[in-house]
Design a protein around this ligand. Structure first.
Ligand code: SAM
Ligand code: SF4
Length: 356
């Protein structure tokens, strides 16, 4: 298997910097009255790691020709911002291994300057953060999510298959130095890292970082049984409550996590619980893959192709028409379930297609 080498940030192409038209287009509102204000954009399905809950060891990635170019991604994001999207989270695969990715951040930062975009942010495994933390801050990125499932270097390597703990810690340090606010994402894995939840909380809060725990979601075939990995966070929360004072927090980041303040550490802990507590009723999000497929729900298969209308014309009219039609099909909720009777994933695509 060939692992991708991280790309060099030199010779970044300049992407077009056209602004938004002064006349605003109508917002994207689904049939349940939920306004879409948050987009997660996966800029690549490739990754330099193979986390056991996310990917199989041998993965078939998309041919590069299928991917939207950075210029197309820039145009698509601009069109979405025009429709009222205020938070844009760049994800993957590993977003920081996409060649010249900083040129996309640079181009999108113009929407922060005008105020059309409230937040440009990123979810990363941290492997390339040491190089990119400072350029990201220069592009107006203020908060990032870094995924780290263990504080133990050997265990981390076993979970990620190819990840190097020291590199991620160096990336986190660089991000802190660059002034980025960091949230650590930890997927709770039964019998793997459940004994590390307390140390992880103490460590993250000790450095002023929030910690979000995530229930493993049944997405894509991974060559293992997710029922073995699944740890319900209701159980984790009650265990934490016997040790700490958790006070439910009204903190919102636009994402699906519910937060609590930990009185003893002064930090925040988030819980992403798609299985034990369905978070669909307040869903303001859609996801776009690196080939321009719009998924109206992370846990459903229905999708709309945005690449064809993007490429059909230099005008965005067809693209907006496709967005209007797609939003009318946004479902009420997902169908995730993990149990001994559900050996198959709820959706066949991996999380790395649509991003976390
Ligand atoms: N590579 C980047 C990273 O790991 O942060 C961004 C993409 S990754 C798909 C985004 C988030 O999804 C990560 O925090 C990861 O732990 C989480 N994730 C991946 N597969 C998952 C699954 N099956 N269930 C729950 N979370 C998952
Ligand atoms: Fe890569 Fe992120 Fe998936 Fe891990 S969770 S394999 S780092 S995309």
């Amino acid at each position: 298997m060939t692992l991708l080498m991280p790309n060099d940030a030199k010779s970044e192409p300049e992407l077009s910097q056209t602004g938004l038209p002064t006349e605003q287009r109508k917002p994207l509102i689904d049939p349940f009255g939920r306004r879409v204000s948050y987009v997660r954009l996966s800029v690549t399905d490739r990754c330099d790691m193979r986390c056991t809950y996310c990917m199989a060891e041998e993965m078939q990635f998309l041919p590069r020709a299928e991917l939207l170019t950075l210029e197309e991604l820039n145009r698509l994001c601009t069109a979405l911002i025009e429709r009222g999207v205020e938070i844009l989270r760049i994800t993957g695969g590993e977003p920081l291994i996409r060649q010249n990715i900083m040129s996309l951040f640079k181009a999108l930062s113009r929407h922060l300057s005008t105020g059309a975009l409230r937040e440009l942010t990123l979810t990363t495994n941290g492997s390339q953060l040491a190089r990119f933390a400072s350029p990201l801050a220069d592009c107006g990125v203020r908060r990032i999510n870094v995924s780290l499932d263990s504080l133990n270097a050997d265990k981390y390597h076993a979970i990620t298959r190819f990840g190097h703990h020291a590199e991620v810690l160096a990336g986190i340090e660089a991000a802190r130095k660059a002034g980025l606010k960091i949230k650590i994402n930890m997927v709770a894995l039964r019998g793997v890292n459940d004994d590390e939840i307390v140390p992880m909380l103490e460590w993250a809060h000790g450095y002023g970082m929030d910690l979000t725990l995530i229930e493993v979601m049944p997405m894509g075939t991974i060559g293992a049984d997710r029922a073995d990995q699944y740890l319900p966070l209701t159980q984790v929360r009650s265990d934490l409550e016997s040790r700490y004072t958790l006070k439910t927090s009204s903190h919102k980041t636009g994402g699906p996590a519910r937060y609590a303040e930990v009185q003893e550490t002064g930090g925040r802990i988030g819980f992403i619980t798609p299985l034990t507590h369905n978070f669909c009723e307040g869903c303001n999000r859609v996801r776009v893959t690196c080939k321009g497929t719009l998924f109206m729900c992370l846990g459903q298969e229905d999708a709309a192709d945005l690449r064809a209308p993007l490429r059909a014309s230099t005008s965005d009219d067809l693209l907006h028409q496709t967005l209007d039609e797609a939003i009318l099909r946004k479902p009420k909720g997902h169908d995730f379930d993990i149990g001994r009777h559900h050996a198959h994933p709820a959706v066949p695509r991996h999380m790395s297609m649509t991003g976390g």
